[in-house]
Design a protein around this ligand. Structure first.
Ligand code: NAI
Length: 343
């Protein structure tokens, strides 16, 4: 497995902006929720992609200025704002990649599941439009609770007859980014070298970093493993508390989402060496129809699951994996029921 995914995005983009990119920028992406805390910095990072020719920014408000601002950067993509439900369809036509950070973020004391009531409906509406106007696009879901919003998106796409399980992704890259950062700090490793797979889901104990699979091979004491695992699981809450009511992770999330989007675009573009951990329709765990694990991305989406990551786990990891099953199963069912109880 290559570590190419870990090249710092900004360096790659900045270099390619001056020296003509390998292939012309040809792909189109839409960010739904582009005016928000994640949406704005994510759009900036996407504007630096050498692979994008068009960047459509959709939000219910606040997106015209963001697009005007970004459009002055001398990078390839043409930035266009789309405001309000009546412009949603237009923002989606012909796009290859749809990224959804629309919705409300957590405040101190809230779990991701507390966001369900508002965000479930937002994701449902946006994915319905995606099914109608960009049925072949890859979809990256950021809106929380990801454990439920991805199953919601899948049900919506199924109802519309356009569900391609290989092209629907819950973005869990921030968990991997955090795991890599914390392990590198703890073990004084070069950040660029560190690779920790994170499996399961994207909330509390469903986030399971597989520290025994860290590359380069790294030894941890049991105390280190427990502390690091809990820190990675609660890292989102660390940010929510530090922001004290002003929202959750936005900048690190934008960085992580941009890395994941760039991986999707590289795979669409024919790069045969793209691997990411992501929450997808999966048969890796028998009882869980959706599960985050490392996958190989190809031209048509998920090409293969990297089963070796979850084989030969330590006893601690195996126990944690079994412990997350009921919670993740419940979140998946909640998402599925949300769509099916509605007319
Ligand atoms: P924010 O409140 O700053 O921005 C959300 C944006 O969505 C706003 O601009 C708002 O106008 C827009 N929006 C609301 N309803 C919409 C609709 N129907 N259509 C289009 N846009 C709509 O929130 P922030 O901080 O950007 O977070 C967004 C979401 O991302 C939250 O659900 C948050 O929990 C989630 N998140 C996910 C992470 C992950 O690792 N997957 C990490 C951090 C946050």
């Amino acid at each position: 497995i290559s570590l190419r995914n870990h090249k710092p995005l900004v360096t790659v983009a900045a270099r390619n902006a001056d020296v003509r990119p390998r292939a012309a920028a040809t792909y189109k992406a839409a960010v739904l929720g582009a005016g928000g805390g994640i949406g704005q910095p994510l759009s900036l990072l996407l504007k630096m992609s050498p692979l994008l020719s068009h960047l459509n920014l959709y939000d219910i408000a606040n997106v015209k200025g963001v697009a005007a601002d970004l459009s002055h950067c001398n990078t390839p993509s043409l930035v266009t704002p789309y405001t309000g439900a009546e412009e949603l369809a237009e923002s989606l036509k012909g796009v290859d990649l749809i990224i959804i950070p629309a919705g409300v973020p957590r405040k101190p004391g809230m779990t991701r599941d507390d966001l369900f009531n508002i965000n479930a409906g937002i994701v449902k509406t946006l994915v319905e439009a995606a099914a109608d106007y960009a049925p072949k696009a890859w979809i990256n879901i950021i809106s929380n609770p990801v454990n439920s919003t991805v199953p919601i998106a899948a049900e919506v796409l199924k109802k519309k007859g356009v569900f391609d399980p290989k092209k629907l992704f819950g973005v869990t890259t921030l968990d991997v980014v955090r795991a890599n950062t914390f392990v590198a700090q703890q073990k004084t490793l070069r950040l660029i070298d560190v690779d920790v797979p994170v499996v399961g889901g994207h909330a509390g104990i469903t986030i399971l970093p597989l520290l025994s699979k860290t590359r380069p091979k790294t030894e941890f004491t049991q105390e280190e493993i427990e502390k690091l695992t809990v820190r990675i699981q609660n890292a989102g809450t660390e940010v929510v508390e530090a922001k004290a009511g002003a929202g959750s992770a936005t900048l690190s999330m934008a960085y992580a989402a941009a890395r994941f989007a760039e991986s999707c675009l590289r795979a669409i573009d024919g790069d045969a060496d793209v691997y990411e951990c992501t929450y997808v329709k999966s048969d890796v765990m028998q009882e869980l129809p959706f599960f985050a694990s490392r996958v190989k991305l190809g031209k048509d989406g998920v090409e293969a699951f990297v089963h070796t990551d979850i084989r030969g786990l330590t006893e601690y990891e195996e126990k944690a994996l079994q412990a997350l099953v009921p919670e993740l199963k419940g979140s998946i069912e909640k998402g599925i029921n949300f769509v099916n109880k509605q007319p």
